[in-house]
Design a protein around this ligand. Structure first.
Ligand SMILES: Cc1ncc(COP(=O)(O)O)c(C=O)c1O
Length: 369
């Protein structure tokens, strides 16, 4: 079976994790690996502070809390995203408001943003879906005009750029995931980046049970969202490979584009001229009429031929766990709903060879005819 994604764990990661263990840098509140990883990743993104945490989900939850979003506040989020984006909002007793996708990049449609703003709107969480960045210049301009906080969900887009500037460097507090299938991984893990000194202190405080002085007397209720030293050691080794991994991702996408281009009924991912797309996942849309079968039928055929795929996200307006929330407005998101019905992503490991990609394209061609 060709998996949807395979992490690359080399000798460098093994040596780094062994070294962390050797030094006793195992937990999340001491040692050099955590600050070193935070420094390296924040530098890579061109941001002043990095705060490493236990996952992308906890990064988002922490960022929402630390930026002061709370009970009854509305937060505009991309409709097409992982549930974690919305969970971070509801864990803070705020209300996620899904914003439909636009059909080219599949990211939230910036032309709809202002129509969703109410007096209760406090923030926007744009998601750089599958590695294509949101136009953050345009989004920040809208946010600033309305006095809104911005938290980038960059879980899928390490190294993606908007007009030469890296994602994770635009918003107030910006979140990454280092889960096993992410562009770089620490097994489980995440990080919040910010240029705001006070916010960085607050993120660090809340991450670690809000210990202050005297120790064991707590002014605020924090969390244990600490990353371990072993994870940070692995993350440091992975960060050194990030540029090379991204180049391979871009090559992987170029091979798919070339091999799938002439098959009718498939929409390929597009990259805007101002964007650097890092192709976390290579997604395609299937037009049932033109392709001759629907997305699920194609996924099943591919599975039978040893190719694993995954559907696009179920949009947030359709999520039962969100619709059950008081004040949630499940307005239709027709573009995101269509993506959920017709989108799937193909194996997207950066280590895939052109030969394997050509074979996958050949299988798609064959099952269609
Ligand atoms: C857009 C998005 N946000 C948040 C997350 C949550 O990250 P994690 O799985 O590390 O909690 C993910 C991925 O899992 C994601 O794709």
């Amino acid at each position: 079976m060709i998996p949807v994604f395979e992490p690359e764990i080399g000798q460098e990661e093994k040596d780094a994790v062994a070294d962390a263990l050797q030094r006793g840098e195992i937990s999340g509140s001491f040692g050099q690996y955590i600050p070193n990883f935070e420094r390296a990743f924040a530098d890579y993104c061109g941001v002043k502070h990095g705060v490493a945490v236990s996952s992308g989900t906890t990064a988002l939850q922490l960022a929402v809390r630390a930026t002061g979003i709370g009970k009854g506040d509305e937060v505009l989020i991309s409709a097409s995203t992982n549930i974690a984006t919305a969970l971070a909002v509801i864990y803070n007793n705020a209300i996620p408001v899904p914003v439909d996708s636009e059909p080219v990049t599949w990211n939230l449609d910036l032309s709809l943003l202002e129509s969703k703003i109410t007096p209760r709107t406090k923030a926007i969480i744009p998601v750089h879906l599958y590695g294509h960045p949101v136009d953050m210049d345009q989004l920040m301009e809208i946010a600033q005009r309305h006095g809104l906080i911005v938290i980038e969900d960059a879980a899928e887009a390490h190294g993606a750029e908007v007009r030469g500037k890296k994602v994770g460097s635009f918003g107030n507090a910006n979140c990454f995931s280092f889960y096993a299938n992410k562009i770089i991984t620490t097994g489980e893990g995440g990080m919040v980046l910010t240029n705001d000194d006070q916010l960085a202190d607050k993120l660090r405080l809340l991450r670690n049970l809000a210990f202050t002085k005297p120790r064991f007397r707590h002014e605020v209720a924090g969390y244990n969202f600490r990353m371990t030293g072993m994870q940070a050691a692995m993350g440091l080794a992975q960060t050194r490979k990030l540029n090379r991994i991204i180049s391979q991702k871009i090559q992987m996408a170029a091979w798919y584009n070339a091999h799938l281009a002439d098959i009718p009924g498939i929409t390929l991912p597009r990259c805007q001229p101002w964007a650097k797309h890092v192709y976390w996942m290579y997604g395609i849309l299937i037009d049932e009429k033109e392709f001759g079968m629907n997305r699920d039928e194609l996924a099943e055929k591919l599975y039978q031929h040893g190719v694993e795929t995954r559907t696009f996200f179920c949009p947030m307006n359709l999520q039962p766990c969100l619709r059950a929330i008081d004040g949630f407005r499940p307005e239709p998101c027709p573009v995101a709903e269509k993506l959920w019905e017709t989108g799937l992503y193909l194996p997207s490991s950066h280590t895939l060879s052109e030969e394997t990609i050509a074979r996958i394209a050949q299988i798609i061609r064959k099952v269609r005819s």
